[in-house]
Design a protein around this ligand. Structure first.
Ligand SMILES: *Cc1c(COP(=O)(O)O)cnc(C)c1O
Length: 404
């Protein structure tokens, strides 16, 4: 494959980072010059061949790209559709997150920064950032909610093993949204030598656009691979959604094709009629979180509600602003999958194809069963965003009495 390089898109945000009415830059005044400088610099590197040849070199030789597009014959037969899996689980560190982190890490070096910071919930983005910081010789600090520090002992250890410092965030609900608030706060006073690596297509402009560009390699490869195998585009592309980066990454190369339907799957948690789910689009309303206007889960007073999902990577109470735009615009369809349906699909894919998916990814897989009747005879691509190794302890607890 040639070197990947982003493309101009009809869905690029306007000059202030708006996707329709969403996105933008809702930040304290002190952060504005920092964001404007980043935007300026990113403009310079966005289509720069030399920068992208460095990114591509690491993606190929360090991460193992391109990832396979695998025809999953066993589940295809059961669903009555032709199902392909885009194997982001085969990436170094086990998920799509590394695509974005490598590009942001190299950008940090271009800008002369010696330190990087990142927020993390379950620890996956923290681990990816610590990995790349160690590779590129950058000093790394990860902000993690105190509750998550306790819940995610293994990833905490991984980050430390990779040489990162982990700051336990004691404020608010002591989870991801508080970790991100503290990371932003720290950045304001340390931006001279520090680059903030955001883990998904959220945050103030230019992050949603930049992270999309960095994840769009997934869709760029998939498009070439499916054309080679099928000689036509897929009917449907499916991906799970936390902040929305793996989804927009694969969708972005199909959004301008009227005959391809893109479907994003949110975390239905215990059910969308309970208050324990992560469906920002389905059950949220427009509001400001982490410097952007987007659909968020909030109460009548505008207090951010806590999201719930069995998969830590999907329990973000917001969503990237571009998804909010596509929901209102009708370019992308959205649906949701409950914890129970996800666990069922987690076992199903493991036993049918010998592929253990991440809990997050299991939501996208579960949609195949949920929507089986509408998929008959179609060609479907599912973005397999990550592998399930990180979920083994939790899976064992849940399935102990069932799998014996
Ligand atoms: C973090 C994560 C997600 C959710 O993040 P997005 O930005 O929505 O892609 C999904 N799958 C896996 C495996 C993850 O680690």
């Amino acid at each position: 494959m040639n070197n990947y390089i982003p493309k101009d898109s009809k869905f690029d945000p306007d000059i202030d980072g708006h996707f329709g009415k969403f996105g933008g830059r809702f930040v304290p005044e002190t952060l504005m010059p920092i964001l404007l400088e980043l935007e300026q610099q990113y403009k310079k590197y966005r289509f720069d061949k030399k920068f992208w040849s460095e990114v591509n070199d690491l993606l190929k030789n360090y991460v193992g790209r391109p990832t396979a597009l695998y025809e999953a014959k066993n589940i295809s037969e059961q669903i009555g559709a032709k199902i392909y899996l885009k194997r982001e689980d085969l990436n170094h560190t086990g998920a799509h997150k590394v695509n974005n982190v490598i590009a942001q890490g190299l950008l940090a070096k271009k800008l002369g920064k010696t330190k990087v910071i990142a927020e993390t919930g379950a620890g996956q983005h923290g681990v990816a950032t610590a990995t790349i910081a160690s590779l590129l010789g950058l000093q790394c600090t990860i902000f993690m909610g105190a509750k998550d520090v306790k819940r995610q002992e293994l990833n905490l250890f991984r980050m430390k093993l990779l040489g990162a410092t982990v700051v336990s965030v004691e404020s608010g609900s002591q989870t991801l949204k508080d970790a991100m608030n503290d990371a932003i706060r720290f950045w304001v006073t340390n931006a001279t030598d520090t680059f903030y690596i955001i883990g998904t297509v959220a945050g103030p402009h230019p992050y949603p656009m930049m992270v999309r560009d960095f994840q769009a390699i997934i869709g760029w490869e998939t498009r070439q691979q499916i054309l080679e195998k099928e000689n036509s585009l897929p009917d449907i592309v499916i991906a799970c959604i936390g902040g929305g980066s793996n989804a927009i990454g694969i969708f972005s190369h199909f959004l301008e094709d009227k005959d391809v339907k893109c479907i994003g799957i949110e975390a239905g948690g215990l059910g969308i009629d309970t208050d324990k789910h992560g469906c920002s689009l389905e059950k949220g309303s427009p509001g400001v979180l982490h410097g952007q206007l987007s659909y968020i889960l909030q109460d009548e007073d505008g207090q951010i509600s806590e999201a719930h999902s069995i998969s830590a990577g999907l329990d973000y109470p917001g969503i990237g602003p571009e998804h909010s735009f596509h929901k209102d615009n009708g370019t992308i369809d959205y649906d949701n999958i409950t914890d129970d349906e996800a666990i069922d699909a987690f076992v199903w894919l493991s036993q049918q194809e010998g592929i253990i998916p991440a809990f997050e990814t299991a939501h996208a897989i579960a949609y195949l069963k949920k929507a089986k009747d509408s998929l008959k005879g179609k060609t479907v691509v599912v973005n397999l965003s990550g592998r399930g190794d990180k979920d083994m302890i939790q899976a064992k607890e849940i399935l102990e009495d069932i799998i014996i």
